[in-house]
Design a protein around this ligand. Structure first.
Ligand code: PMP
Length: 361
């Protein structure tokens, strides 16, 4: 990144080196199929909990421990194995701060979630990007070959974004076994739409770290709530690195209500899972190439007209995300799956947009 010409004090070398990232938020009125959030709403019980917060409650510094104990019990972990974070993004930042210094390496299969590289670029570590294999398959062999004594962090989104591909448990176990000297983050942000987890490895494998978020299935992206699970030993370092009050009291007060409403979570996840075959069938009928997904989004290959396509969708009040700048994703657009009704609306806009831009295979 080129140095910015600014007057006044210069930032650290780490910040100068950092990749800039500004999510394309802007005007997001319309159907939000662009950021893989919950597209509908959070549980009504969350709003009830929100309404019960008193003026006095807000005068106190947030106390995360009691809520951490509750989330740990929900996930079958000890409280000492769990840390709440200000979204998984903060968790990634904390992991980079905790493990990456000069002479170390972070290993990433690419394409993957942008923030791993953004936060790693602010440390002196080397970022080793390992391209995914044929049709974005998990590059196990290449990752194993890239492990060195300097590897200190490996970040795997499972399922991956923007591809929707999931690595098998066996592949993850092989990677975890092959790098006992590295923290291996398995980012399960999309767990609820996939159903498989490696959370059971916490307590057994000392190098495994699992992340979960409340931004997707639970619909709490605005509250910023993430979870890190790790061995008690590793957690001591992570607690040292994190800001003690980064999860605010409002988020803490609402989290338990979200956890308690399992019916609501089941309903929303059910809608997304029903949307997935609906959407993939529509893509096949239209002849649009796509990657089968294990998450709440689908990556489609629009080709050279990807920009016009995104614009045509926007003109129909449907927001989708151009991912064509990601490695190996030239011409690709990522489309979030919502409720069945929303997905039908997305499909209608897709058909019209492809016709408008004169798309053909
Ligand atoms: N990990 C992955 C793989 C994601 O796709 C996202 C969401 N864009 C996140 C983490 C960030 O989650 P949060 O909202 O909890 O920061």
């Amino acid at each position: 990144m080129a140095d910015l010409k600014v007057r006044g004090p210069q930032p650290s070398a780490g910040v100068r080196r950092m990749k800039e990232y500004h999510p394309p938020l802007g005007d997001r009125s319309g159907l939000r199929l662009d950021f893989n959030e919950n597209t509908f709403a959070c549980s009504p019980r969350v709003l009830e909990a929100f309404g019960k917060i008193s003026r006095g409650d807000l005068t106190r510094y947030p106390e995360r421990e009691p809520v951490e104990a509750r989330v740990a019990a929900h996930l079958g972990l000890k409280p000492q194995q769990l840390l709440l974070t200000n979204g998984v993004d903060e968790a990634i930042h904390v992991l980079c701060q905790t493990y990456l210094d000069a002479g170390t390496e972070i290993l990433l299969p690419v394409p993957t979630y942008t923030m791993y590289e953004v936060y790693a670029s602010g440390t002196p570590a080397r970022v080793i990007a390992v391209p995914t294999e044929d049709r974005f398959r998990f590059p196990l062999r290449a990752l194993l070959n890239a492990i060195t004594p300097a590897t200190r962090l490996i970040a795997i989104a499972n399922p991956n974004s923007p591809t929707g591909h999931a690595a098998s448990r066996d592949d993850l176990l092989r990677l975890i076994d092959a790098a006992p000297h590295a923290a291996v983050l398995i980012d399960e942000a999309y767990f609820h739409f996939y159903g498989e987890t490696v959370l059971d490895l916490i307590g057994g494998a000392p190098n495994v770290i699992v992340a979960r978020t409340f931004s997707k299935a639970y619909g709490l992206a605005g509250l910023r709530l993430g979870v890190l699970a790790a061995s008690e030993d590793q957690m001591r370092w992570l607690r040292r690195a994190i800001s003690p009050y980064s999860v605010n009291s409002v988020a803490l007060a609402c989290l338990t209500a979200a956890l308690d409403d399992e019916d609501y979570l089941r309903w929303y996840v059910g809608e997304v899972l029903a949307s997935r075959p609906l959407f993939e069938t529509a893509l096949r009928t239209l002849g649009v190439p796509y990657w089968p997904s294990r998450a709440n989004f689908v990556l489609v290959d629009i080709g050279p007209k990807h920009r016009e396509f995104v614009q045509a969708m926007r003109a129909r009040d449907v927001l989708v995300r151009d991912r064509s700048a990601d490695p190996g994703c030239d011409g690709c657009v990522r489309i979030t799956l919502g409720t069945r009704e929303q997905t039908q609306q997305g499909i209608a806009a897709l058909e019209e947009s492809l016709a408008e831009i004169g798309w053909s295979r």
